[in-house]
Design a binder for this molecule. Sequence first.
Ligand SMILES: CC(C)(COP(=O)(O)OP(=O)(O)OC[C@H]1O[C@@H](n2cnc3c(N)ncnc32)[C@H](O)[C@@H]1OP(=O)(O)O)[C@@H](O)C(=O)NCCC(=O)NCCS
Length: 179
Amino acid sequence: MEKNNPSFSIIELPPARWKEFKALRLHALKNDPAAFGSSYREMASEPDAMWVKELNESKIGKKIKYFFAENHKLQVIGMIGVWFQQKEKLRHRAKLNAFFVTKNSRGHGVGEALMKTAIQFLKGKRQYIKKIDSSVNKSQATSLKAHLKQGFRVIGLATKEIKIKSKYYDQFILEKILS
Ligand SMILES: CC(C)(COP(=O)(O)OP(=O)(O)OC[C@H]1O[C@@H](n2cnc3c(N)ncnc32)[C@H](O)[C@@H]1OP(=O)(O)O)[C@@H](O)C(=O)NCCC(=O)NCCS
């Protein structure tokens, strides 16, 4: 795929920009429902305070960390979340979540940059994290490719992981070991 390298930056979104976070996440859930465990309906009914809280949590960076892609017009066009395990015996693990790039911005390396930023953050500022977990819907070939390119390996295929209306979806289970 040809990449014309449009300009974008990877940023952390300050809590004051929670409306943009909410809009992007709801847009993702509405347009690519099979890619995510959360549903548009349940997230749309969350109070505004929840979105502010998520970005505040991200700023602290103990439970969750979000990174966003912003284009030259300062519009948020992509995101990735890293969720940290809290239990003592699981604290060396993090899970990727909410990985999304808006349709018009795909295929230009935005997803790759988001994933690289998340991995570099873990390698740099969270050196106790030794394993990154992720899962990808069997039908999301682009996401699978993006994961494999960053050194994730498929460790299995879990069946009937997601149910949307009456349809079930299988998911690849992936892991990346950090040395
Ligand atoms: C997965 C996703 C975040 C990737 O974002 P992106 O910005 O397009 O990713 P990149 O441009 O970095 O591309 C990653 C790889 O996929 C390839 N790719 C991108 N769009 C593609 C397409 N439509 N068809 C096939 N391959 C594609 C790229 O060429 C690149 O591989 P390469 O570097 O070997 O060329 C984006 O496609 C998306 O939001 N998909 C819908 C939601 C989703 O599946 N989320 C993941 C949940 S686990």
